[in-house]
Design a binder for this molecule. Structure first.
Ligand code: ZN
Length: 178
């Protein structure tokens, strides 16, 4: 029997970077920070790749879609046995969004959540210095203006608030930190 080449964990992470988040398809599930762990177990024909994911909130309906997308993506790369494991603790936080993911959100027109750990994002520190407050404020993702008005606390999804930029007049969603 020919030896099969087993993809490395790094390869698997790179492939998962091509699986879009069903709710915000401009970012991948890896950008979203929900992929917590990847490992191989078992022997021979039973060799299984397990992907551990943490839902963005408990009961998130998108998780079933994400699970099916992961299995399909890995199957397309020749992985015969994939097991997707839900890890509920610790709970997901917007701090797990990667720097890349935040930039993609901004480029798409969604103001990214401010990191709860301010040191993780120099822009957040600049904003705090400018405003003199630690309170979370949205900045217009299009023109960068801080002159924004809250339209509704709940935007297209409960995790987003809707704002309108006073400077360029564009409405935008802000992904709330939690
Ligand atoms: Zn603007």
């Amino acid at each position: 029997m020919a030896a099969t080449i087993e993809p490395s964990v790094a390869d698997v992470f790179a492939w998962l970077d091509a699986v879009p988040d069903p709710e915000i398809p401009v970012i991948s599930i890896r950008d979203l920070g929900i992929v917590r762990d990847v490992w191989w177990s078992g022997e021979g024909m039973e060799r299984t790749l397990t992907i551990s994911i943490t839902p963005t909130y408990v009961g998130c309906p998108a998780m079933r879609v994400i699970e099916a997308d992961i299995v399909a993506a890995l199957s397309a790369r020749g992985v015969a046995h994939t097991n997707v494991e839900m890890r509920l603790a610790p709970a997901w936080t917007t701090d797990w969004l990667t720097a890349n993911g935040r930039e993609k959100l901004r480029a798409y027109g969604i103001s990214p959540p401010r990191p709860r750990d301010l040191a993780a994002d120099p822009r957040a520190l600049d904003l705090v210095a400018l405003l003199g407050t630690l309170e979370e404020r949205a900045a217009c993702p299009r023109c960068g203006s801080l002159d924004v008005a809250l339209v509704t606390r709940f935007g297209s999804t409960p995790c987003k608030a809707q704002y309108r930029c006073v400077t360029c007049r564009e409405p935008f969603d802000h992904f709330k930190a939690h």
